[in-house]
Ligand binder design. Structure first.
Ligand code: BTN
Length: 244
């Protein structure tokens, strides 16, 4: 069950490390590690995740997947969809999912998801979630904002955390590596820049194409030079721009 137990810390290097350590010690699937402050918070692509104490929600969920780790691609999208639904219950502003791992409000990043895996005696995945709850825009990188900036009412971080645990647990019970058509459509309806021309950066490679949706394993369907490609990793680095 997601959130049984929750380990809460005032300060850690990264909740990801603690979750992996607890996994080695036999902690169950669903264990959550939450911290008020991280001295070495990690983001995707080797980036840092810095957040001032008390203004954001940062936690890691330990998963013991029963499927091969390479089939977890759709999990972070499903998690993004859960976050988006919960955020949407606090705001009337548009909440979108930026493939593969970010949740945006009004086009600005409010949350990032980091999935890290390890194989050993058993397979482990740690899903790290960082949410700007009430961080003032001034303290955030350009292009980021907080949920509170768009919320209709004051957002209580502990209440938000409880809402997320309930929704994540529901998702986890239902989740399968291949998304159902209705789940694909639901995520596509929130997909940032769906139908737009974008640039995608994967390692050193840049691919330009039009987003045409998602496939059931969570890959991004991109129409590029008249052919459809399924992108499984990378990052959308630029929005629509003229061809040529
Ligand atoms: C990203 O946007 O690049 C992903 C950011 C993930 C940040 C969270 S905060 C909790 C957990 N612990 C970490 O060190 N990182 C994740």
């Amino acid at each position: 069950m997601i959130g049984r137990p929750v380990w809460r810390f005032t300060e850690v290097a990264s909740t990801q490390d603690i979750a992996f350590r607890l996994a080695e010690l036999g902690a169950p699937h669903g264990t959550i590690v939450r911290a008020d402050y991280q001295t070495a918070g990690r983001g995707r692509q080797g980036r840092k995740w810095d957040a001032p104490a008390g203004l954001s929600l940062m936690f890691s969920v330990l998963l013991r997947p029963t499927c091969p780790l390479h089939e977890l691609g759709s999990m972070s999208l499903a998690v993004g969809s859960v976050l988006a639904d919960v955020f949407a219950s606090h705001t009337t502003a548009p909440v979108q999912i930026k493939w593969p791992n970010d949740v945006l409000i009004d086009g600005r990043k409010v949350s990032g998801i980091l999935m890290q895996t390890r194989t050993g005696a058993s397979s482990i995945a740690v899903l790290g979630i960082g949410i700007n709850v009430s961080t003032p825009d001034l303290l955030l990188p350009v292009g980021a904002t907080s949920l509170q900036a768009y919320a209709d009412d004051p957002v209580d971080t502990d209440v938000l955390f409880s809402e997320l645990i309930i929704a994540l647990d529901r998702m986890d019970r239902d989740w399968q590596p291949l998304l159902r058509p209705d789940e694909v459509s639901q995520i596509e309806a929130r997909l940032w820049q769906n139908g737009e021309l974008v640039s995608l950066l994967d390692a050193e490679r840049e691919i330009v194409g039009r987003i045409i949706g998602l496939d059931s394993s969570g890959g991004l369907r991109l129409e590029s030079n008249g052919t459809e490609r399924i992108i499984v990793s990378g990052e959308i680095v630029r929005g629509p721009r003229p061809i040529g």
